[in-house]
Design a protein around this ligand. Sequence first.
Ligand code: PEP
Ligand code: MG
Length: 763
Amino acid sequence: MAASDKEHLSLLCDVSEFAARLAGSADIHAYLSQIVGLVADHLHCDVCSIYLYDDKTQELVLQATSGLAPQSVGNVRMKISEGLTGMALRELRPVREQVASDNPNFKPFQGINEEPFDAFLAVPIQRGIEKIGVLVVQRSRERPFDDEDVLAVKATTSQLAGAIENARILMGVPKAQESAATGQRPPAATRMVKGQTASRGFAHGPAIIHDHGAYHRLFTEAPGARPYSMDDLQRALDATAEQLQGLQERLGQRVPEMASLIFEAHLMMLKDTAFIGEMRKRIEDGENPPQAVLAVGRKYSDLMAASPHAYMREKEHDVEDVIRRILANLMGMRVEVGLNEASAVIVAREMYPSDIVKLATAEVGGIVQTSGGVTSHVSILARSLHVPMVIADDPTLLDLPEGTPVVLDADIGNIYINPTPDIVERFSQRQDARRQVATQAPPQALPETTATADGTRIRLLANINLLTDIDLARFVGAEGVGLYRSEFPFLVRNTPPSEEEQVSIYRRLIEGFEGREVTFRTLDIGADKLLLYFDETAELNPAMGLRSIRFSFRHDDIFRQQLRAILRAGAGSPIRIMFPMISSVDDFVRAKTTLDSCMQELAQQKLAHNASPAVGVMVEVPSAVEMIDTIARRADFLCIGSNDLIQFLLAVDRSNEKVASYFMPHHPAVLRSLQRVAQAGAAAGCEVSICGEMAHVGAYLPFLIGIGVRALSLDPQFLPPVQQQITQMTLAQARHVAQDLLAQDTIDAVIARLPDLDQQHSD
Ligand code: PEP
Ligand code: MG
């Protein structure tokens, strides 16, 4: 590595270390002063300055400098329409000049000591579309800035953006002594917890803690209140039934594949003569109805919790939910969390997929989970249902008093507890801006097909988890479905769907895409996608257990039923079938044999079906990469499942927030494995696509296209920005990036070449 590369790397390390230290602190000025010093030092600059943008006044204000006169801080300000610094932010691109004053846009300031340093480089600090500020470096004209310098400053600003944004928001929080001096009541401590984005968006609402502890506390805090009557109980039961029916209807519209509805269990309970009868009996014996409801609730939930069967234990949540609703209707008390979820921020240690569906149906504002990973399936489901979600490894969040105001900035993974009015206003504005952009985006503006600037065709397909994803996928112009996660209808229900039910779900998907190609991934049950009705799926190490194709092999009847359903639904339509977690040639041969046998069976039964689907392999286990040449010769297509491939290649649990920083698509081993797959696909003449989360991260796109990936399957919201980025690159550029990255041996060296790494495409 050249000496300057090393300098740039150590600059980046220092900056990211400072950024980490700043997280959660409001001392932005001290922080910025350290940063300008660091940058000036590492890049051998005479001047380094940071300007922050005030969107109310549309001004850039100098906030920290190393090299300019100290009194200029806070005093040098300019409109975004002025000067080279303003230009950098306005046009969101670096502005570089060997002699700044030669540029007619240059705006000189007197008395700040910048005259001797007219080699000039200004780089915008931005977060998605949000303008945060500008970092400016200056030297004497004999030492102008080169491309390497631009890269290094860009890498620095992308590290800075999030940290500055947090600190700036927290700056609005009055310090304890300030509020004492002004005689104002100190606000409940505003605090920020940093998490990871699982599903983007914004939420503002009261916290509701979903944990067993809270539920059990509910039993010990038996409400005294006034005496209630049997009639009151009946009214509460009727109101609860009505609310549940309403929820059920909304759920049916939102998630049509849930034919066996999840609120059915609740409604059954309300009709259960033993359950309700016991409450009545207690009331007849003189107990006040709230106590009677709680006592019966406790008895049943304890019974469920003690069950050896997972699906029975899960019913403990159902009992909890029903009891809360009855009590709320009976007394209008605070334990009514089940009813009050609309716009609330739910905080939970962990959740089941069915919880996410329930919460989405109840229109919660957002979810915070204190365990899990952003590529976990609960996160994927939250994205499909457009529920903002953050994963934060901070168990103290579960101790928040119910009703604590929370702002969730799930775009960058920040959770603000007791936010100040300023913070709330800032995020509301951002939310409004986002809505405006969303409603203004004309669907016809997107080209129907996508190609690089020099004409290499790249197919953009959608990942579909639930049928509700279809509308957005069509709206943004997906060319088809690159990954249908067929396990979701199995996951969100209490019983497995029959073959007929599957046929109708799959048909709706195919019809939704009107003749475009649909790729069915067969069941990927296991790992964090447990079926409550199959106890055996509870394993010590489930990601590597009886999962996915192994589950299908074990349960041949379920496997065959699914394959038959796909083939039947796909009669006369262009469908592809791919098998997940293939770890050997033998796995693939076995899966194909079963598929062939299903086709024969359907032919014998004279049932209409697709007799020639394309059959492919998900490449997501390292042993498949080792055998990829042979696999590629036997498959019609290869689809890289980078979520699992990275997990297994790097031995990093994708659902474990504690090792999230080790989950690195940019690890040289991952890059080289991907290249091997792409090469094998090219040699065998079969298409190579990618459907893991890495495919929508802008920083990786040139690499993926450069190695030969020609189809990307993404969550639909990412299609427009990815399409735009592809049309702006040439294949030659992409190949150059790929070669350069593949030549690197260390993670750090790769990071240094990916300055936009933390800038994912925003939705
Ligand atoms: C993957 O592993 O990258 C993938 C797309 O499959 P899933 O996330 O469903 O495991
Ligand atoms: Mg996978």
